[in-house]
Design a protein around this ligand. Structure first.
Ligand code: SER
Length: 318
C-alpha cells in the first residue's frame, strides 16, 4: 500500500494530523516532514520523519520515491499576519512550495490535500454566511496565495486528472501546538491566558466576528473529504467549512461560565485588525454538507468545555 506524506508536520495542524493518520493506518504508513524539528514535537520522529524545505523540488521528489508516497497532505505554509511582514517570503513558501508539490504529485501520480482558508474572501464578498462560490478578491498576501493555490489545484485536476481536494478552514482552535502568525490566533491564546493568569489582552476588537473550527473537526473533515466518493464532488477543492461563529467578547463570556473571574481587555493590532475586517463574519458551508457529508461535532459550548478541560490538565503537568 502506498504511503502518506504530511508536509508542515510540526505546525498547528500537522502535529495532530500525523498522530491521527498514524492511529488510523499505521505508524510506518505516514511520513512526517518539516523544515526543522521543534523540541516539543519530537514525538513525530518516532515514525518516519524527513527534514524538508518545501522550496526544494528535488527533495520532495526524493522523499516520494524513497517511501512510495501515494497521498500528500500539504500543510507547509505561512499564515496571514506573518505574511504581511514579508509578502515575498510568503509567496516563495506558499506558492513555490505548492507548485513543487503539484509537480512532484504529477510525476508520481499522487493525490493531494490542500488546505485553503477563509482568507480567500475579501471586502467585496458578502460578510454574513459567505456562499461557497462568492467572489474571491482578498486583500492580504496570504489570501492572494490561497486563491491562486485553489485555482492551480483545480487546473492540475482538469489538465492532468490529478485527484486534488481541499477545504477552506476558518480559524483553527487546538490545544497541542500553538498556531504561528495567524489573525485568528487570539482564539487559542485566550484559553492559555485564562488558565494561567485569568486575564487576556486581545489584539482584535471585541466585536470582530470570525468563524472558527476545533481541531477534532479539522482532522475529521480532511479525512472525510479525502475518502469521499469523487463522483459526488462537484467542487472537489476549496470547500467552505465551519462550525463556530464567534467574537472575542462572546468567547470570553463562554470561558467565564467556567472561570468566573476571567477578564479581557483590548489592545488592537492594526495589521491583524485590518485583515480580520476584510474577512467574512461567517461562512456558508452547506455545499460541503451536501457534496460529502460535512458534519462537525463541536459548537462553541462543546469546544470551550473540551479546551479548558484538556488544557488545564496539560498545564498542570508543566
Ligand atoms: N488561521 C489563519 C490565519 O489567521 C486563517 O486561515 O491566518
Amino acid at each position: 500500500m502506498k504511503k502518506i506524506l504530511v508536509t508542515g508536520a510540526m505546525g498547528q495542524i500537522g502535529t495532530e494530523l500525523v498522530p491521527y493518520l498514524r492511529s488510523l493506518y499505521s505508524v510506518d504508513q505516514v511520513v512526517a516532514s518539516g523544515r526543522r524539528i521543534h523540541e516539543e514535537c519530537l514525538f513525530l520522529t518516532a515514525g518516519p520523519f524527513e527534514l524538508l524545505d518545501i522550496t526544494k523540488s528535488e527533495a520532495i521528489a526524493a522523499i516520494i520515491k524513497k517511501y512510495n508516497i501515494g497521498t500528500i497532505y500539504h500543510l507547509a505554509s505561512l499564515l496571514s499576519a506573518t505574511g504581511e511582514q514579508d509578502p515575498q517570503l510568503l509567496w516563495k513558501i506558499n506558492m513555490n512550495g505548492l507548485v513543487n508539490i503539484l509537480e512532484a504529485a504529477r510525476e508520481a501520480d499522487c493525490s493531494v490535500f490542500f488546505p485553503s482558508s477563509i482568507a480567500v474572501f475579501g471586502p467585496d464578498a458578502p460578510r454574513i454566511k459567505t456562499p461557497q462560490d462568492a467572489l474571491t478578491r482578498p486583500t492580504s498576501i496570504y489570501g492572494v496565495s490561497k486563491v491562486a493555490g485553489e485555482l492551480l489545484c483545480d487546473y492540475y485536476h482538469l489538465k492532468y486528472g490529478l485527484d486534488i481536494r481541499g477545504l477552506r478552514y476558518p480559524g483553527v482552535i487546538s490545544n497541542a501546538a500553538l498556531p504561528g502568525g495567524g489573525t485568528t490566533d487570539y482564539a487559542v491564546h485566550i484559553f492559555y491566558a485564562a488558565l494561567k493568569s485569568g486575564h487576556y489582552t486581545c489584539f482584535l476588537k471585541e466585536d470582530s466576528s470570525i468563524d472558527m473550527i476545533y481541531m477534532p473537526d479539522v482532522l475529521k473533515g480532511a479525512l472525510k473529504l479525502m475518502e469521499a466518493d469523487p463522483g459526488k464532488l462537484k467542487h472537489r477543492n476549496a470547500f467552505n467549512v465551519s462550525s463556530i461563529t464567534v467574537t472575542p467578547r462572546q468567547l470570553a463570556a463562554e470561558i467565564r461560565k467556567q472561570i468566573p473571574d476571567f477578564t479581557i481587555d483590548y489592545e488592537i493590532d492594526p495589521v491583524r485588525q485590518a485583515i480580520a475586517d476584510s474577512w467574512p463574519d461567517s461562512l456558508d458551508d452547506s455545499v460541503a454538507r451536501e457534496e460529502w457529508g460535512w458534519n462537525p461535532n463541536y459548537d462553541l459550548v462543546a469546544m470551550t468545555r473540551d479546551m479548558l478541560d484538556v488544557l488545564s490538565k496539560k498545564l498542570q503537568q508543566e
